[in-house]
Ligand binder design. Structure first.
Ligand code: AMP
Length: 662
């Protein structure tokens, strides 16, 4: 695919907000790939990446460097480019504009190919050491000089990793399904949509020449049938029982593109089933381009066969939050497995023979930081090959008491004097799941079966590696007692798990629940902000929050706020514009799009919880912070301090009110 065609697809995607339409466009783009390599490149472009997710390589191109490349390509000075950038908030648009008027035009410009552009961008991440900056500038400038204006826009955005086409992972997944499996519509959707929704437009725009199968039982009015016949290349009508007999709905096996059926059951079933297959397979290998190729060449069976790859982290299954023991029972059924919600870090352990690697929930490799865990795995996990999961927590060597996450977060970040840290903050790991054993994935096993497998391979002898304590009960009072015990021991709360459920990688599932106490608002100050883009250009769109360290008078960052602020005055509350104006007098310096301000404005912020986080200088991060109001009545020395935040963090685990639990 030439790069210009790819860019035209990007433009189409950017021009619609309809999810259905985006899926149709993306589907067409995927179908247009001439070979597997091109299909992979298309997916990477859609993701705004140069490598699949599991490869942790970055182009290492900052906006500053990119601007230098633009200077070289277009012959304008930096200031000119920066001013334009400030106005639009999008370097891609600046590139597009400058490419139209470029001073240095190559006489013999070659047509850019998608794969060539990708490979050039990949080279950027391979350049290191002396002279690499200049080489990067030349590489990018070389591409931009050869690019037409539209291409320049998307090359720039691709380098920055933000295509601005409104295509997130979900749409890519559904487009893979749409491209390589028959798309199923059912008659109600089709009938009702024809008059109102955009399905008619969609049909007219994208169905031209497609092969359709219509279930014989489908009741469509004559005009609809006529319409379908007019736009479709081929319409076959067959009995729905026949349809159900097709074991695979791969696009090649049915020799059709679209299937219209009479009940939404089959339609929904297939759509959700296939979408989930893609999602699960992707979560296991973290490689969307590869998943697209598998879907295309091997269909449903190929996706089902995708297995985790040892030493490549999988996306773990996540829990939903509920507020009470009763709610958990209501959702999970009569008998529930309860475990402590340990206050450590999620540990994904990969073992093959004597080789062990440890990953965090964010898929970071922390093997080097935890030689003690590696050793414990070698001693306690009795298998050749496995992927198991647990929570690693620190404990006090003297008292044996469990330590809050804050302590081991220092071990996660530490890159030197590892042995000293191992001695200072010893850890233990509580195992609670298994996803892979001796060459077979175990995600389809029920939780109770996975637990049994785990028990069969773990030797708990010296307590370095243990199975998470479990209470299996149908008794509310007993579960409440377990919750209290968990909090008293310094845990964050409890986890409630359905014993019959499978492991669903990458998903926040309704069969694994977390319960922890709830919290009150915080008063914080704003120490930095970021200029917005698009409809928010000219105003700040994100605000960095900080609390106080009363001892040093320092402000410690704790999260970024972008929610609870209004777009328009009529909406009530404070607007982005008002908050921007309030902060402007306090600007200290600007760094690219980031602006540092003197802590002066106090804001009251609600949040879902306080998490430990290495990202902010306080060591904590607010989850989902939301502006409640600006506290004109408070000065910055009255804001909440780090001690209170640590206290609330601890309270999260130690119950705010007795009645929360009892
Ligand atoms: P949260 O981080 O609040 O979304 O809660 C989910 C996290 O709790 C998981 O990612 C684990 O790191 C952690 N956790 C602690 N104990 C357990 C347990 N027994 N089972 C599952 N997850 C646990």
């Amino acid at each position: 695919m030439d790069f210009e065609s790819a860019c035209n697809f990007m433009e189409q995607l950017a021009s619609t907000t309809s999810k259905l339409e985006k899926i149709q466009i993306t589907k067409n783009m995927l179908r247009n790939a001439r070979n597997d390599e091109e299909l992979k490149a298309i997916i990477l472009l859609l993701q705004g990446r140069q490598y699949p997710d599991y490869i942790n390589k970055e182009t290492g191109v900052s906006t500053n460097l990119l601007i230098k490349a633009m200077v070289k390509a277009y012959g304008y000075d930096e200031k000119h480019i920066e001013e334009k950038w400030k106005k639009t908030g999008d370097l891609g648009l600046v590139s597009e504009e400058l490419a139209k008027t470029k001073k240095q035009r190559m006489l013999l410009t070659q047509k850019l190919d998608l794969i060539y552009v990708l490979q050039t961008l990949q080279k950027l991440s391979e350049l290191e050491g002396e002279g690499s900056i200049d080489k990067k500038i030349s590489l990018i400038a070389g591409l931009l000089i050869n690019a037409k204006s539209l291409e320049a826009k998307y090359i720039t955005r691709w380098i920055l990793g933000d295509l601005r086409i409104g295509v997130a992972e979900g749409i890519i997944r559904e487009s893979i399904v749409a491209a390589f499996f028959v798309q199923v519509f059912w008659q109600e959707l089709f009938n009702s949509s024809l008059s109102s929704d955009n399905l008619l437009n969609l049909a007219l725009k994208y169905w031209k020449g497609l092969k359709l199968i219509v279930g014989k039982e489908v009741i469509l009015s004559n005009p609809h049938i006529n319409l379908i016949k007019r736009i479709a290349g081929d319409v076959r009508i067959i009995k729905e029982e026949e349809i159900k007999k097709f074991s695979s709905f791969h696009y090649t096996s049915l020799d059709a593109d679209i299937l219209i059926v009479s009940s939404n059951d089959l339609g929904n079933y297939l759509r959700e089933y296939l979408s989930k297959l893609v999602e699960t397979a992707y979560s296991l290998i973290n490689d969307m381009p590869e998943i697209a190729v598998i879907a295309k060449n091997k269909g449903e069976e190929g996706l089902k066969d995708v297995k985790p790859i040892i030493f490549r982290p999988i996306r773990v299954m996540l829990a939903q939050r509920v507020s009470s023991i009763e709610e958990a029972f209501k959702l999970l059924g009569k008998v529930v497995a309860w475990e402590y919600k340990f206050d450590g870090f999620r540990t994904q352990i990969h073992k093959k023979g004597n080789d062990v690697r440890i990953f965090t929930r964010r898929l970071e490799d922390v093997t080097k930081q935890f030689p003690d865990v590696v050793q414990a795995v070698r001693e306690c996990v009795k298998c050749n090959e496995c992927i198991i999961e647990g929570e690693t927590i620190g404990y006090d060597r003297e008292t044996g008491k469990w330590l809050p996450f804050q302590k081991i977060s220092r071990r996660i970040k530490r890159k030197y004097d590892i042995e000293e840290m191992v001695k200072k903050i010893p850890v233990m790991t509580f195992l609670f799941d298994i996803v892979y054993l001796e060459g077979d994935k175990k995600i389809d096993f029920k939780f109770k079966e996975r637990r049994r497998l785990l028990e069969s391979i773990v030797d708990e002898k010296d307590k370095k590696m243990m199975l998470a304590k479990q209470l299996i009960t149908s008794d509310v009072e007993e579960a409440k007692k377990f919750y209290k015990e968990a909090l008293d021991l310094g845990n964050e709360g409890v986890m409630a798990k359905n014993l019959e459920a499978a492991y669903e990688p990458g998903l926040r599932v309704g069969h694994m629940l977390k319960i922890k106490p709830t919290l009150e608002n915080l008063d914080l100050t704003i120490v930095a902000a970021e200029w917005g883009e698009g409809k928010r250009s000219g105003v700040f769109s994100s605000f960095e929050l900080a609390c106080l360290d009363k001892d040093t008078g320092e402000f410690l960052t704790i999260g970024k706020l972008g929610t609870g602020i209004k777009e328009k005055v009529e909406a009530g509350g404070i607007t982005f514009e008002e908050l921007t104006e309030m902060l402007k007098p306090y600007i200290i310096r600007e760094e690219g799009k980031k602006v540092y301000v003197k802590p002066s404005i106090v804001v009251e912020v609600a949040y879902e919880e306080i998490q430990k986080s290495p990202t902010y200088t306080s060591g904590f991060a607010l989850r989902f912070p939301r502006l409640i109001r600006v506290r004109d009545d408070k000065s910055v020395d009255e804001i909440d301090d780090i001690e209170r935040i640590s206290r609330i963090y601890a309270l999260q685990r130690c119950r705010l009110k007795q009645q929360d639990i009892m």
